[in-house]
Design a binder for this molecule. Sequence first.
Ligand code: SF4
Length: 308
Amino acid sequence: MGLKEKIIQLKKDKNAVILAHYYQTADIQDVADYVGDSLGLSQKAAETEADIIVFAGVHFMAETAKILNPTKTVVLPDLKAGCSLADSCPPEAFSAFIKKHPNHVVITYVNCSAEIKALSDIVCTSSNALKIVESVPKDVPIIFAPDKNLGKYIMKKTGRDLLLWDGSCIVHEAFSIDKLIELHKKYPDHKIIAHPESEEHILNTATYIGSTSGMINYVKKYPQEKFIVATEAGILHKMQQEVPQTELIPAPAHEDNTCACSECGFMKVNTMQKLYDCLLNESPQIEVAEEIRKKALLPIERMLELSK
Ligand code: SF4
């Protein structure tokens, strides 16, 4: 039996569900029960009846699943699957920042630790960030963390002044505008689509800006078009399955790497073997201290409620 078949069998035997992010490798996406973005994955985690959740993604995502499912076993294939954006917002410094700016509503992007969520009023994802910000009365000041690029994009779209935390994602900041312009000169018929974690100069070139799900829906809507895709390159697998005839090119990164595109090293530490091992051994498990979990649950529930 191959590894894929062994994982599927073990999943059945243990009543487990595999939730995978679009940035996972293609083989992991293909064995998952559900592939999605942070919002979709949180929604699936909230409604699952499985006993074990295998989270093929990064630590903060598995943590969100555990916050929503305290009695279930949540495993992550590799604990080293972290996130530069989540790391850019340490709880002590963020707590001091909030204290310095009282009376602000604290909205945090889901890419942050449980401790940061516990300090927040509402969580959001890139799918619902605009809606969540607009749900706050106009005269109430807002702190937005940790992603400054997404924050700037929301400010531009809503006209609201947000107090931004200075955090960012190394992957989305790795796109090279010079190389992108060069690439677009070579393929002028390709439309550029981008994730709002990208820097402003990249977003300014884009025909469409949206979450990973939003980007997939956009290319499905215009299958006759061709696209240059500015987000982590793992998304191309699912996107290409949805629009097999459409030409898709990953946006180029500053650094030269094997695929000449942007890959998240954190996402890619997960492998099929680690996925199998973590399901077999039910380890490493994600735990969240109950006091933090309860506080972090409220802003996540507010988000899920507002996203219905
Ligand atoms: S792509 Fe960026 S935001 Fe997403 S997990 Fe990797 S480092 Fe974090």
